[in-house]
Design a protein around this ligand. Structure first.
Ligand code: FAD
Length: 486
């Protein structure tokens, strides 16, 4: 009899596992439950869809449900939410339009992802307050932008500095959170002519990056007329009274007339009027199903697994944003909810369940972001307290160097903060920033390789990196950073 591999969650981790398992074993029965209608989608593209650079939500889908069903012979059940796991009976229970289904499994993968979290303040339930965690969130936000651009309020030109980019302008709007989703959305909204106010609790944006990167990005946001409120905790989102909302100027809005709408972001020392708010205040792993089934969480609050992504219950695996991974520098559990890890760990589980166990590998916390005309990347351990807690004695240097040969007609600068352990010289982490197209992100890859392999700064300095004038200087800025720190 063939085994049954059941997967909960039909995006990056889940569908990577299903596809790999199918390639490895043509006979395996593979059942995927996805509570939504979309599968195998690229949530990473949503800010660009909202911005208008990507025209259709469908283009964010890599493999359609029909292709999974017909070409890969995967029993994909969209519109089915798994509501219970019974690891003793080896079953999952799902609810869908056709009622309840009890599905037995031999191997189970939890690929339930993470969900956007709203801060614990009043007003997050008001109309006009959005998060961006799912395809339907992206659709709603794009519709908001389209409504605002077509609506009466958009005809009121010169309402804010961002208006100079467009003939007509709207806003103001608030973005709460200076992480990568907040910044990508600040760009998406400003590019559509909204006057954007960005509120960040800490005193810098992109807190997981170096201070030099944060400052460069903040300066650029200001240059692009995003009103930055740093060190500014949002205490409340204030709303209109229901009756006032129905009298409001946005007469063509489709929301219910008597719903209270957001009208201001309230901080300790300001009350900024807004017509809409985007909350980019982080994500939380979806672990409820696992917890109810007695599956252990790790110290980060995500599902704990071994190197093969197996949980404390035999044959129950967890991968992607719902699960922990091991940090390649510290060797400790970490939770880095990003797409490559989800794909890689899902794929590894897909192979493991077909009889050839494979580890998915560790994570370095490598991340990249584009904010208007600036790009930034980070990898490894940058925070000195975190490095000390892992037993290192961190030292850092920040350098700024030309991104291309000085005589080459184009070019700019790259700023790199490199961190290493004082005693061993081991590269621990880096943060890089440059103008968009000047190579901060691609340069980070050499440093990812170095810290993954346990390379020292002296060894990094001797890396034989490529050189030609259109790409860099003879001594690439990565080598310069290693030389200065070494
Ligand atoms: P998810 O993509 O969250 O998928 C989980 C799926 O499980 C969902 O479809 C959900 O509906 C389903 N599900 C949950 N519970 C159940 C249940 N009980 N029953 C059935 N189905 C269930 N990462 C990057 O690396 N780079 C980026 O630039 C980047 N940009 C991003 C931008 C945005 C706006 C967002 C939201 C995310 C971004 N990410 C980025 C993160 C990346 O999208 C995630 O890391 C990746 O999607 C995780 O894949 P996953 O399969 O683990 O989880």
């Amino acid at each position: 009899m063939t085994d049954t591999f059941v997967i909960v969650g039909g995006d990056a981790a889940g569908m990577a596992a299903a596809s790999k398992a199918r390639r490895e074993d043509p006979d395996l029965e593979i059942v995927v439950f996805e509570k939504g209608e979309w599968v195998s989608y690229g949530a990473c593209g949503l800010p660009y869809y909202v911005k208008g650079e990507i025209q259709s939500l469908e283009s964010l889908v890599s493999v359609t449900p029909e292709e999974f069903r017909e070409e890969r012979d995967i029993d994909l059940r969209t519109g089915h939410e798994v509501v219970e796991i019974d690891p003793d009976a080896r079953t999952v229970t799902a609810e869908g339009d056709g009622g309840e289904v009890v599905q037995p499994y031999d191997h189970l993968l939890l690929a339930t992802g993470a969900e956007a979290v709203a801060p614990p303040i009043d007003g997050t339930e008001l109309e006009g307050v959005y998060t961006l965690g799912s395809m339907s969130d992206g659709k709603e936000l794009r519709e908001y932008v389209a409504r605002a651009r077509d609506g009466e309020s958009f005809q009121q030109a010169d309402r804010g500095p961002a208006c100079r980019y467009l003939e007509d302008c709207s806003g103001p709007v608030g973005v709460v959170g200076g992480g990568y989703i907040g910044l990508e959305m600040a760009e998406a909204l400003a590019a559509n002519g909204f006057e954007v106010h960005l509120f960040q609790r800490s005193d810098r944006v992109l807190t997981g990056f170096s201070e030099a990167t944060s400052e460069a990005v903040a300066d650029h946001l200001r240059e692009r007329d995003v009103a930055l409120s740093l060190g500014s905790e949002v205490l409340e989102l204030a709303g209109s009274e229901a009756s006032e909302a129905s009298d409001g100027a946005s007469s063509d809005r489709t929301q219910s007339d008597d719903a209270a709408e957001v009208e201001a972001v309230v901080t300790a020392d300001d009350r900024v009027p807004v017509e809409m708010v985007l909350l980019g205040t982080g994500v939380r792993p979806r672990t409820g199903l696992a917890e109810d089934a007695g599956i252990e969480l790790g110290p980060t609050g995500a599902i704990a697994t071994d190197a093969y992504r197996e949980t404390n219950r035999p044959d129950v695996y967890a991968a992607g944003d719902c699960a922990e991974a091991t940090h390649v520098v510290t060797g400790e559990p970490t939770h880095v909810p990003l797409a490559l890890t989800a794909n890689r760990h899902g794929r590894a589980v897909g192979q493991t369940v077909t009889g050839t166990p494979v580890e998915g590998g560790g994570v370095a916390g490598t991340a990249a972001v584009k904010v208007f005309d600036v790009e930034a990347a980070r990898t490894g351990i940058l925070d000195h307290d975190e490095a000390r807690a892992a037993g290192f004695e961190p030292v850092s240097e920040t350098i700024t160097a030309k991104s291309r040969a000085g005589y080459y007609p184009e070019g700019g600068e790259v700023t790199i903060t490199l961190t290493a352990d004082r005693d061993s010289g081991r590269v621990l982490g880096a943060s890089l920033v440059s103008e968009y197209g000047e190579g901060a992100v691609h340069r980070s890859h050499a440093i990812v390789a170095a810290l993954t392999e346990g390379t020292t700064v002296s060894e990094l300095e001797n890396y034989d990196l490529a050189y030609a004038p259109p790409f860099n200087t003879t001594w690439d800025p990565v080598l310069v950073a290693a030389k200065v720190l070494g």
